[in-house]
Design a protein around this ligand. Structure first.
Ligand code: FES
Length: 241
C-alpha cells in the first residue's frame, strides 16, 4: 500500500492509495457535503453533492468515488461548487414531493439539513409533483417513495450488510424508483428480515417505522458503520476457526 500526497484547499495531506478524496478530506476535518455516502457501505456517486474541483481537470469530480492521486490539487469550497451544490439540492426538492411539515423526520432529515447547509431558501425550478406510491404492507416499516431521493443507501445496506438484497432500483432516468423484491409489496418479500437497517440508513423520511407521526422519527445512519464492524469481526472469527 503506497502513500500519496495531495493538496486539498491548500492543505498538504498524505493518504493511502486506496483512499478517496472524501476519505482524505474527512481525515483532515475538511467538510465536503454528502447525501448518498454512508460509512460502512460502498460508494456509488449518486447524489453529486460531493463534487470537487481538481486542477487540470475540466470536469467536476465526485469526491466519494475519486481515488487520491499523487500531486492532486483539490478545491472543495469554491463559489462554483457552492452554486452547484445549492442547485443539486433545489433539484432534489423539485423532483420529489418533500413536504417537511407533514414528514415523520421533519427536523431530523439529512435533506432538510443539507438545504440549510447550502443556503437554499426556495427552489428556482418548477415542482414536478410526481405521482409516487406509498407501501404500507410491511408489518413494521413503510416506504413513501414521494420522499425518496434515490441515494440507494437502503439498497446497499440491505445487500452488503444484511445480505438480503430486498431493495433495488427499477426503470431508468427520472422514472427510476426503489422496488422491494421483484417489484412486490414489501410485506410479501420473504427475504426481508425486518432488521430495520434500510430505515436507519435512509437520509429522508422515505423509509420509516409505521405509526411514527410528524417530527417523531430519528434515523441513525451511524449504526450502519457499527454493523459493518460487527460483521467484519464475525467474518474474522469464522476465518480463524
Ligand atoms: S456523496 Fe458523493 S456523489 Fe453522493
Amino acid at each position: 500500500m503506497s502513500v500519496k500526497t495531495l493538496t486539498i484547499n491548500n492543505q498538504l495531506l498524505a493518504a493511502s492509495e486506496e483512499e478517496t478524496i472524501l476519505d482524505a478530506a474527512q481525515a483532515a476535518n475538511i467538510y465536503i457535503p454528502t447525501l448518498c455516502h454512508l460509512e460502512g457501505v460502498s460508494d456509488v456517486g449518486a447524489c453529486r453533492l460531493c463534487l470537487v474541483e481538481i486542477e487540470g481537470s475540466s470536469k467536476l469530480q465526485p469526491a466519494c468515488v475519486t481515488p487520491v492521486q499523487e500531486g492532486m490539487v483539490v478545491h472543495t469550497d469554491t463559489e462554483k461548487l457552492k452554486n452547484y451544490r445549492r442547485m443539486v439540492v433545489e433539484l432534489l426538492f423539485a423532483e420529489g414531493n418533500h413536504v417537511c411539515a407533514v414528514c415523520v423526520v421533519n427536523e431530523n432529515c439529512e435533506l432538510q439539513n443539507m438545504a440549510v447547509t447550502v443556503g437554499m431558501d426556495h427552489t428556482r425550478f418548477p415542482y414536478r409533483f410526481p405521482q409516487r406510491t406509498v407501501d404500507l404492507s410491511h408489518r413494521v416499516f413503510a416506504i413513501d417513495r414521494n420522499r425518496c431521493i434515490l441515494c440507494t443507501r437502503c439498497v446497499r445496506v440491505c445487500d452488503e450488510l444484511e445480505g438480503s438484497h430486498v431493495w433495488d432500483v427499477a426503470d431508468r432516468g427520472d422514472n427510476s424508483f426503489i422496488i422491494s423484491g421483484l417489484n412486490q409489496p414489501w410485506g410479501e418479500v420473504d427475504a426481508c428480515t425486518s432488521c430495520g437497517k434500510c430505515s436507519e440508513a435512509c437520509p429522508t423520511g422515505a423509509i420509516f417505522r409505521q405509526r411514527s407521526t410528524v417530527n417523531e422519527m430519528q434515523h441513525h445512519p451511524e449504526r450502519i458503520a457499527i454493523a459493518r464492524k460487527r460483521k467484519e469481526k464475525r467474518q474474522q472469527k469464522q476465518q480463524n476457526g
